[in-house]
Design a protein around this ligand. Sequence first.
Ligand code: NAP
Length: 254
Amino acid sequence: MTTILVTGGTGTLGRLVTERLRADGHEVRVLSRHSEPYAVDLREGGSGLDAALAGVDTVVHCATTQLGGDERSAANLIAAARRAGASHLVYISIVGVDRVPLGYYRPKFAVEKLVEESGIGWTVLRATQFHDLVVQVLRALAKLPVLVLPAHACDQPVEVAEVADRLAELAQGAPAGRAPDVGGPEVRTFESLARAYLGATGRRRAVVNLPLAGKTYRAFRAGGHLAPEHAVGKGTFEEYLAGRFGRGEDGRRG
Ligand SMILES: NC(=O)c1ccc[n+]([C@@H]2O[C@H](COP(=O)([O-])OP(=O)(O)OC[C@H]3O[C@@H](n4cnc5c(N)ncnc54)[C@H](OP(=O)(O)O)[C@@H]3O)[C@@H](O)[C@H]2O)c1
């Protein structure tokens, strides 16, 4: 049995990673801003962070915020993990953080570097977008009567449970460095994903594909966020939609 700390262990991915590690018999601590007894804001660090890490062998870093500060959080976490003598630091990153100049990706790429240079044994796994995120984005776009999509852009969404399985597996092994990326089973146009979402939720919207400007769009259009050579995921977007909306729960029809 190993003592493992999962940061962001209440989030979409972290919750599943925590479940798997506990099922495998490990002592798992969950750290997030709101999860007692390890309620810590990683951006601030402090004695609560040291207490959370005392006696921990492996740290699985899943915490993130869209509001900024992920780099500072990682620096605090790494410094505390070093003080505590942790032997393995596992980080979940995103395919294309080094190729797509999206604001959220820059700090993630910087955190990869911090992890690699931490002096602690490390593993970094990059994954493509989770199905949940695609639905979140499409739901926001579908608030308008016309669903406007970036023209000629694709995505390769993956089932978060499969990413959790892989991350939990890596956390239980020796430090692996950059692990092979995890991508979903299909590279799909945004339009085909949007039409599947509209169908599954019973929404009717006109769909317009709009060419955009800028280097972020160009990088997405060039597929910088895709990993077709690592299409190892099994669960399709349609299967996810059927599981989530098939019986009408979570979201209205019509
Ligand atoms: N979503 C995707 O499509 C996708 C794809 C590839 C990789 N990833 C990566 O996977 C990881 C997890 O993503 P997710 O979608 O599961 O995230 P999520 O659902 O938004 O969960 C974020 C977690 O981080 C915690 N957290 C946020 N700010 C914190 C802070 N300052 N200090 C401590 N804890 C904090 C949150 O809990 P509290 O609110 O209680 O603090 C929550 O447990 C991220 O690194 C993300 O970049 C995501």
